[in-house]
Write a protein that binds this ligand. Structure first.
Ligand code: HEM
Ligand code: HEM
Ligand code: SF4
Ligand code: SF4
Length: 395
């Protein structure tokens, strides 16, 4: 605080280097620890989940700290942050923290404070009726959805982040407040395949996807882009140098080589590709980052494309529910979604979820070979019979 006040009014645009403070780094976390956390740092004996959203950690010294975890929309106003501070001042001596999935955690050191805090949090709603601080996100349920900027702030998205996350979170609200799944289910979202965040390593992942190649703005490309960078940006070598009729420098794109990644647009603003009808949502499943029992896994594409049906994305919600329900019914205790799919076989995953298997899901990029089946081990499914029939096989 002192530092930022000290800087107030000291910026002189005529001499920007004067009074410039730099390389200070973040504040040390220790100064923001509640006393009970400071006193028991490194001495925790065990913890319990008392109920969905409420944890207790017990120290070797016998001291306890109770944590109430609340959902948050991640994008929030200063007004909302002030309300968080007001709650923290009232019950937690001014201390509060945010989790790696952007939930809010309020910490108290007694059960009496805990009950009052929970009651207060549950009573707070926005004028539209949504809970401001829904309690949950612990144990074997669905916690907050890690997501990105979408149309709120980024220039490369193929879909929106906040609205899709709100639609999915509404549909899975019971799972946020419950702990009845075989294991935790991480849902994440990214609005283009830069994959800012965790879509490549989540149980269920939603990803913005284009289906049309970039448009080339021949008139300005040489003025606004470093052309070799655009050419080198393409993972498929679809872009090559070209000349305009007037002899200016530009590029050409082999349309049937382009798979719409948008990487060349990231490098070169004269190659825009977003498109109302073309853009949509891909669903991936089966990723994880922990080393518990099985090694970490990448998530795999299971639904190639769904429309951007704003603002509630009904098709995306429906498909996420199909995957989650089949997993909840079929998986063993402690099995993550990817563990379950690999145990029963992906052909069975498609049968049990009712998702359609199409050619889009077959890897065809460089190291693709290892993802095909080099074995006679598989299980017959209706989908497999249909492929066999379509190829002229036995009826
Ligand atoms: C001998 C090697 C390096 C030298 C001499 C050097 C020098 C500098 C200088 C003079 C600045 C400007 C500082 C200012 O704004 O007042 C700067 C800024 C910066 N450098 Fe380096 N640098 C070196 C290596 C690196 C490396 C290896 C990285 C990253 C991996 C890096 C990242 C940055 C960044 C991000 C800034 C901007 C910081 C800011 O805006 O305050 N530098 N560097
Ligand atoms: C897609 C992922 C990323 C996003 C969305 C992102 C976003 C941003 C944004 C919004 C800023 C602030 C720019 C400003 O206010 O002027 C920024 C600054 C910065 N980012 Fe990133 N970033 C990403 C990845 C990275 C990576 C991978 C690195 C380093 C390896 C990095 C290093 C930096 C640095 C050093 C700055 C400060 C630049 C400066 O001195 O002004 N970012 N980033
Ligand atoms: S995922 Fe893509 S579109 Fe979304 S914020 Fe990151 S770079 Fe931007
Ligand atoms: S969108 Fe991707 S694949 Fe298509 S030309 Fe650009 S970089 Fe290449």
């Amino acid at each position: 605080m002192a530092l930022s006040l000290e800087r107030l009014g000291k910026y002189d645009p005529k001499d920007p280097q004067k009074n410039r403070l730099t390389d200070l780094g973040p504040r040390h976390f220790w100064q923001y620890f509640p006393p009970v956390i400071q006193n028991n740092y490194g001495k925790w004996a065990y913890h319990d989940v008392l109920e969905p959203g409420v944890l207790v950690h017990v120290s070797e010294t016998g001291e306890k700290v109770f944590t109430v975890r609340c959902g948050a929309a991640r994008f929030m106003t200063v007004q909302h942050v002030r309300e968080i501070c007001e709650i923290a001042d009232k019950y937690c001596d001014g201390y509060v923290r945010f989790t790696t999935r952007n939930n809010i955690e309020f910490l108290v050191d007694s059960e009496a404070k805990l009950d009052a805090l929970k009651k207060d949090l549950q009573g707070r709603k926005f004028p539209g009726g949504s809970f401001k601080f829904p309690i949950g996100g612990t144990g074997a349920g669905v916690t907050n959805i890690v997501h990105t900027q979408g149309y709120i702030h980024c220039h490369t998205p193929a879909t929106d982040a906040s609205s899709m996350v709100k639609s999915i979170a509404d549909a899975l609200f019971e799972e946020f407040q419950g702990m009845n799944l075989p294991a935790k289910v991480r849902v994440s979202m990214a609005c283009c395949l830069n994959m800012c965040g965790a879509v490549h390593c989540s149980d269920i992942a939603l990803l913005g996807y284009h289906r049309k190649p970039p448009i080339i703005d021949h008139e300005v490309i040489d003025k606004v882009c470093e052309i070799p960078l655009a050419i080198a940006a393409c993972p498929l070598g679809a872009i090559s140098p070209d000349k305009t009729p007037e002899g200016g420098k530009t590029v050409k794109i082999k349309q049937d080589r382009c798979m719409f990644c948008g990487n060349c647009y990231t490098m070169c603003q004269a190659l825009p590709l977003s498109d109302k009808e073309g853009d949509g949502v891909t669903i991936l499943a089966g990723g994880k980052i922990s080393n518990r029992i099985s090694m970490p896994k990448f998530s795999k594409v299971v639904v190639p494309w769904l429309p951007n049906n704003f603002p509630r994305f009904p098709e995306v919600v429906e498909n996420v529910k199909k995957i989650l329900n089949a997993y909840a019914q079929g998986a063993n205790k402690y099995e993550r979604l990817g563990d379950w799919a690999e145990r029963i076989g992906w052909e069975k995953f498609f049968e049990k979820t009712g998702l359609e298997f199409t050619e889009h899901l077959i890897d065809d990029y460089r190291l693709a070979y290892d993802t095909w089946r080099t074995s006679t081990q598989f299980k017959y499914t209706d989908a497999a019979w249909n492929v066999s029939k379509a190829a002229g096989g036995i009826d």
